[in-house]
Design a protein around this ligand. Structure first.
Ligand code: AMP
Ligand code: GLY
Length: 429
């Protein structure tokens, strides 16, 4: 085993982004990975039932847990008790993501701004809070595969949603309570802190595009595209400092409560018009964002940051010096291609064409729900299929280059859905 070796758990674009930015000199296993990770020369896709045993047997240096489900299941705790170096918080700390009520109580206690929230267990309790569903947001308390947040457009939709949540129709999330939040408005920013539980560093911010369709229309998705870094015209230096303060209060608060948070902390903030543009925490996640990882990790790696060492250091003593003097001269943008039917359903087995097209410099593909069929063709294998990612000197150039490789003469597949306005808020063209 080479000195640098990693097990990455997950199968999305985020995990492909980890694999691509850890470095060519790292021996990487991805469990289970996708067609894109499988095609990398320094990567082996593996099926792993017991990560602690796999890592020990293969003497792997660091394990990076991509998605929330294994974190919430306690995989990082199992690994740490087997003396394995892990990027990811404990099961307890991951409640910042897995339990909306845990997160609300935590923010209350530590003076962190979030929308006014009340937990309800039945319709009577809900009706006592509001008679206008268009002013609130409904959040199932628990993991619901990214579908647990609903912004109802009518009272009828709110009632039907709540009934379904109480019934367990959202993967069981909501059975034990649903959080009703005041609905705020303003730009959203994905902020990522790396922390060892005591110290933290903020990574360059990203903006995600959660809605399926152009102009932020259509249903919420896991994310249809992202770009980074976010310009000062969107996050002012004063707002930046306030977001940094939220990160500090979060890290300090978890430590003070006896459960230091180690790993990647995702703070989803809204610069709320209703609060004079002050950042308000919309959600915490216990992991990197997807597709934010595809752009944030890419610009860090392009700027020469040792992503491997930086992530690894969250398990013991954060090496924030790796970001000192960081001079970002490039912007990155990523466009998600979803399969027909997404987000309600997805389509598998459609051949993805144009992957061998000659792309402009700085343009490449992050695979997500892709696999190889029996003929060795890359085919769709779920909802968010792949991302065309582009890195260039400006966000305008990155966008032009990325969009130039999409379509009949470039990357395409039957029924594909993508947005044509990724990064628009930061673009001048
Ligand atoms: P979440 O999964 O909590 O990030 O919510 C998904 C999306 O719903 C967010 O990215 C926001 O666009 C929207 N959202 C969540 N909470 C609120 C809120 N309190 N006010 C307005 N929009 C919200
Ligand atoms: N892109 C949003 C998320 O990862 O939750």
């Amino acid at each position: 085993m080479s000195e640098r070796s990693a097990l990455i758990i997950g199968n999305g674009g985020r995990e492909h982004a980890f694999a691509k930015t850890l470095g060519d000199n790292v021996t990487i296993y991805v469990a289970p990975g996708n067609a894109g990770t499988g095609l990398m020369s320094n990567v082996t896709n593996v099926v792993v039932d017991d990560p602690a045993t796999f890592v020990t047997e293969h003497s792997i240096d660091v394990t990076i847990i991509g998605p929330e489900a294994p974190l919430v299941a306690g995989v990082s705790d199992n690994l740490r008790s087997a003396d394995v170096t892990v990027v990811g918080p404990s099961q307890f700390a991951a409640q910042l993501e897995s339990s909306k009520s845990f997160a609300c109580n935590f923010m209350d206690k530590h003076g962190i701004a979030y929308p006014k929230s009340t937990t309800v267990h039945n319709l009577d309790q809900y009706n006592a809070i509001t008679d206008d569903a268009t002013t609130i947001v409904i959040k199932a308390d628990g993991l619901a595969g990214g579908k647990g947040v609903v912004l109802p457009e009518s009272n009828a939709v709110a009632t039907a949603t709540l009934e379904a949540m109480f019934d367990g129709a959202y993967d069981g999330a909501g059975k034990n309570g649903v959080v009703i939040q005041e609905r705020l408005s303003g730009p959203e920013v994905s902020a990522f802190a790396l922390t060892d539980g005591t110290d933290f560093v903020l990574l360059p911010f990203a903006q995600d595009h959660k809605r399926l369709k152009d102009g932020d229309k259509g249903p919420n998705t896991g994310g249809m595209g992202a770009y980074a870094p976010v310009p000062e015209s969107i996050v002012s230096p004063a707002q930046y400092e306030k977001i940094k303060d939220i990160a500090k209060k979060t890290v300090d608060g978890m430590k003070a409560d006896g459960h230091p948070y180690q790993g990647i902390l995702y703070i989803g903030v809204m610069l709320a018009q209703e609060r004079g543009g002050d950042p308000v925490v919309i959600e915490y996640n216990a992991r990197f964002g997807d597709p934010e990882a595809e752009v944030v990790l890419t610009i860090l790696a392009e700027a020469g940051v040792d992503v491997y060492e930086l992530l690894k250091s969250t398990d013991s003593k954060l090496n924030g010096e790796l970001l000192e003097g960081l001079n970002l001269t490039q912007s990155a943008l990523t466009i998600c291609f979803a399969s027909a039917g997404y987000p309600e359903s997805s389509h598998k087995g459609d051949e993805i064409l144009g992957l061998d097209t000659e792309f402009p410099d700085g343009v490449f593909v992050h695979h997500a729900a892709t696999t190889l069929n029996n003929d060795g063709d890359v085919v769709t294998n779920g909802g968010r299929v792949l991302y065309v990612t582009s890195v260039a000197d400006t966000i305008d150039e990155a966008a032009t280059n990325a969009y130039s490789v999409i379509g009949d003469n470039g990357v395409h597949f039957e029924g594909m859905q993508y947005r044509t306005d990724i990064g628009k808020q930061a673009r001048t063209t």
